[in-house]
Design a protein around this ligand. Structure first.
Ligand SMILES: Cc1ncc(C[n+]2csc(CCOP(=O)(O)OP(=O)(O)O)c2C)c(N)n1
Length: 336
């Protein structure tokens, strides 16, 4: 008797199986990240924030879709473009802005800044400005999970530029050999700084992970529904001892590589930016689908965005008014 074919065939997930409240929660999270980034940009432009920062606007569906599929005790590691990952894993907007502004109340008492936010209580092992660096940390965390025998999962976010780093291949090799519960989430936003990936990355991106025998999937990183449901599957595999996975997410950053990168015409066309912003906006894609499915009225989304803006603006005020650390602190909690 032939085996049931349907089971093996890849089926499109039933997005309606997810509760409408949960989709709205993801919309709220994406709105919060967008508003956070707009305010961070404003703080930079008005010279209130030291250093610079890398905007995650446009990529919100990846952080939110992935983190929604995780538990609080699961781990993440992040990158220089990490605010979205931190917020999606539950970080407080107050403490994040305080960190960006170098205030004592910040996650690293103001010593880490935008690119080094860690929130261990929520499994966020930290952002890392060394491209590819956090792959080692996430894989090490997955090794500890395996040794401790828990069913946690570690997720490593990184841009496609990290595929040029040797470390990532060393750890993928180990993760597959020893079946570590780690998910490598590659955010391909097309550019490594000011260079298109086709000029830096040879061959096929998923083939690089597949070469190790790692379970590899590819998703529309602008569609939070697809990111979330795909991650649910990968998390289940990892918790069941089936080992690592690699998820390639196609996405786009709306802003420059960092806040100072404002004249981008020399490396990417305006029409390309317009296409992604108008046709592939993650917030618009989710709200349009929910309205079409009659899961929510259009006005609700404006309300959610306004509430997110309010929360973020209150956090900016908190951070601006918060004190700097005392001078004696300068050598405390510093390990290098
Ligand atoms: C090891 C290392 N090399 C170079 C840099 C400088 N650098 C910072 S971001 C970046 C590009 C990163 O591109 P990608 O990984 O695709 O992430 P994205 O910025 O697109 O999110 C580079 C080369 C660095 N921080 N670390």
């Amino acid at each position: 008797m032939p085996k049931a074919k349907n089971k093996a065939a890849k089926q499109k997930p039933d997005y309606l199986a997810t509760d409408q409240e949960q989709w709205l929660q993801m919309y709220q999270q994406m709105s919060k990240i967008r508003s956070f980034e707009e305010n961070a940009n404003e703080l930079y432009l008005s010279a209130k924030m030291p250093g610079l920062t890398h905007m995650y606007i446009g990529e919100e569906a990846i952080a939110v879709g992935v983190c929604e599929a995780l538990r609080q005790d699961d781990y993440i590691t992040s990158t220089h473009r990490g605010h979205g990952h931190c917020l999606a894993k539950g970080a407080s907007v107050d403490l994040m802005f305080a960190e960006l502004l170098g205030k004592e109340a910040g996650y690293c008492r103001g010593k880490g800044g935008s690119m080094h936010i860690a929130d261990q209580a929520r499994g966020n092992l930290g952002a890392n400005a060394i491209v590819g660096g956090s792959a080692g940390i996430a894989t090490g965390a997955a090794m500890s999970i395996k040794m401790r025998g828990t069913d946690q999962v570690a997720v490593c976010f990184f841009g496609e530029g990290a595929l040029g780093q040797g470390l990532i291949y060393e750890v993928m090799n180990m993760a597959q050999l020893w079946r570590y519960p780690v998910i490598y989430v590659c955010e391909n936003n097309l550019y490594n700084e000011y260079t298109h990936h086709s000029e830096t990355t040879a061959g096929s991106m998923p083939a690089r992970a597949a070469a190790f025998g790692i379970h590899t999937v590819e998703v529309d990183g602008q569609d939070v529904r697809e990111v979330y449901h795909t991650t649910l599957d990968l998390v289940e595999r990892a918790r069941n001892g089936q080992g690592p996975a690699f998820m390639l997410c196609h996405t786009y950053r709306y802003h420059g590589h960092h806040v100072g990168d404002i004249s981008r015409e020399y490396y990417r066309p305006k029409e390309e930016e317009t296409y992604w912003k108008t046709e592939k906006d993650p917030l618009k894609m989710l709200s349009t689908w929910m309205i079409e499915q009659k899961l929510a009225e259009g006005a609700l989304f404006g309300q959610i965005e306004a509430e997110a803006r309010q929360e973020v603006e209150a956090a900016v005020k908190f951070a601006l008014e918060a004190p700097y650390p005392r001078e004696e602190e300068v050598t405390q909690h510093v390990y290098a």
